[in-house]
Write a protein that binds this ligand. Structure first.
Ligand code: FBP
Length: 551
């Protein structure tokens, strides 16, 4: 017996596809100088060394590549996303291609590994064991925020000791914000260490004109869509449950939207739409109840509702409440310290007294469990940990009450029974789809070339992703280009702007055109498991979101 599954053994042999431009020597083409997406003056002032750099494209040919080894340190940061191991294997192969004596070091357990000097060399035999596998276990990940000069200087000590030329940070918007801050600092002190970011997150909210998708989104949404499809088949077979499915994705609803496009459920809530329409919690419940009643009155006492995990933050009254709670609970403040000293039983009451009268009213109306979940520790970047809030149950309870009311008024003749699910962790470490395996390997090789080109403060970017991998465009985007100023932990900070679902974008427009039909009819699609082998029309498809965005 071996602990490597037969599929894993086969996947180990998979050779990820690369864009033609990255297969041999490359030419670096500089594009236009860039500006940040917003707050240009502030960002320029904060990043004098890395602001305004040009876009970079790599084209086949030329002399690129070095005659000396390059040593690189790599960090996996934040939540797991399928393909992280392939970024590392691409990076490894890339630097070895530049010089056979190049070395790759992995900092362990996320950004803290750099500060604590906790690392290991990633040699060929280590890297080979992780090719095309899911997970981040090759070096582990973590959410420590790197923002203090002391941390950067401590990190620099080990980088210098190991003769490391560049640090590659594989992370989401917050981690790449950190990458940008470190790049700026290391450039400002002429440290000789470059910093390159790589776009990771299953949430799909790290994207813009130059970064078409974050890696992991493709695989994770395929896994969730398989599970949703299975549940839809169960719902249609048993005909007795409504399944309320909360989907990860933090603030943005990209995951919910993509899964809806793949599976055609009866209800899909999109947080960004709820915010735009300024819907109250009760209005969201009424919307769901109307569909449930309509189906119930037709004898269809079953269905599937997709709920983005960040929904609660987008309901205006909840948003105000959360931001007031964030201010009160901002780490290190007088109020936060006071709050932490209180007995658990009096905490909610105490908080209500410190909120505005409107927010106190909302706070008191919530089930105690949900109110408590809203007070849990923020993550190191100051975000509410939405994955810990049981929004699906909150909505389920409120819908149940509404169905009773409708029944009393003779507007509903069906039966409502709910089952609850939360899909998130199930998809984050899945074996990467061919798309993610190819995309991440390319991101890694591309990062190695950016390093050889002596660039810093850039994100490794692969575009044109709806084409075959041969035609993908490789290059670099200055991270400052994606930044704006936002309030975090009670202060204005430069951060990468999150990409939320665009309500005038093609993916949402398509959902909007279909959802009434999907609500009333049963139009379920069952995508089945990810296919790794077989016709490319089944195996190598990008997400529906990307296809619609690029159509
Ligand atoms: P990243 O933004 O770091 O990629 O994390 C994404 C995510 O999976 C979110 O969808 C989810 O809200 C969060 O991580 C959960 O965090 P944790 O792993 O700390 O429970």
């Amino acid at each position: 017996m071996t602990n490597i599954s037969p599929l894993q053994q086969e996947r180990a042999k998979y050779q990820p596809k690369l864009p033609t431009s990255l297969k041999g020597p490359v030419n670096l083409v500089e594009g236009e100088k860039t500006e940040s997406v917003d707050d240009q003056e502030d960002i320029k002032k904060l990043f004098p060394n890395t602001y305004g750099m040009p876009l970079i494209t790599f084209e086949p040919g030329g002399e690129m590549g070095g005659d000396k080894p390059i040593n690189v340190g790599v960090i996996l940061s934040g939540g797991q996303a399928p393909g992280g191991h392939n970024v590392i294997s691409g990076l490894f192969d890339g630097i070895k291609r530049i010089h056979k004596d190049s070395k790759l070091y992995g900092f362990l357990g996320g950004p803290s590994g750099l500060v604590d000097h906790d690392y290991k060399e990633l040699t060929a035999d280590v890297v080979d064991r992780y090719r095309n596998t899911g997970g981040f276990d090759i070096i582990g990940s973590g959410r420590t925020k790197l923002e203090e000069k002391e941390q950067f200087n401590k990190g620099l000590e080990v980088l210098k000791r190991l003769d490391i030329n560049a640090l590659v940070i594989i992370g989401g918007d917050d981690s790449n914000t950190n990458a940008c801050v470190i790049a700026e600092y290391y450039a400002s002190i002429n440290s000789g260490v470059q910093v390159i970011g790589c776009p990771k997150t299953i949430d799909g909210d790290l994207k813009n004109e130059m970064v078409e998708a974050s890696f992991g989104f493709d695989t994770a949404t395929k896994v969730y869509s398989e599970l949703i499809g299975n549940i839809q088949r169960d719902a249609r077979s048993a005909k007795k449950y409504w399944h309320f499915i909360k989907l990860m994705g933090r603030s943005a609803s990209h995951i919910g939207l993509e899964c809806a496009l793949q599976t055609q459920p009866n209800i899909t809530l999109i947080s960004e739409e709820v915010a735009q329409k300024k819907m109250t919690l009760q209005q969201v419940v009424d919307y769901m109840a109307k569909i449930i009643a309509k189906r119930g009155n037709m004898g269809r006492n079953y269905g599937v509702a997709l709920i983005p995990e960040g929904l609660i933050e987008f309901i205006p009254e909840m948003k105000t409440l959360i931001s007031e709670l964030n201010e009160i609970l901002a780490e290190g403040t007088k109020l936060e310290k006071e709050f932490k000293l209180l007995r658990k039983s009096v905490r909610l009451e105490w908080l209500a007294e410190h909120l505005s009268p409107e927010s106190a009213k909302v706070f008191k109306s919530l089930p105690v469990g949900i109110a408590n979940q809203l007070t849990l520790d923020r993550d190191p970047h100051g975000n509410v940990q939405v994955s810990l809030i049981e929004t699906e149950k909150l909505l389920g309870e409120m819908v149940k009450a509404k169905m009773k009311e409708l029944k009393k008024d003779d507007l509903y003749a069906g039966k409502f029974k709910a089952q609850y699910h939360f899909f998130g962790y199930e998809g984050r470490c899945a074996s990467p789809s061919n798309f993610d395996a190819d995309y991440t390997y390319s991101i890694g090789v591309n990062a190695a070339i950016l390093i050889a080109a002596e660039k810093t403060g850039y994100m490794s970017s692969i575009r044109n992703l709806t084409q075959s991998a041969d035609n993908w465009l490789a290059g670099g985007v200055p991270i400052t280009m994606m930044m704006n100023m936002e309030r975090r932990h009670g202060h204005m900070k430069p951060v990468i702007q999150k990409a939320l679902v665009e309500l005038d974008g093609a993916p949402f427009k398509y959902l909007e055109s279909k959802r009434d039909e999907w609500a009333e009819q049963t139009s379920f699609v069952y995508p089945g498991p990810i296919q790794y082998f077989g016709p490319s029309v089944v195996c190598d498809q990008p997400t529906e979101t990307l296809k619609l965005e690029k159509a």
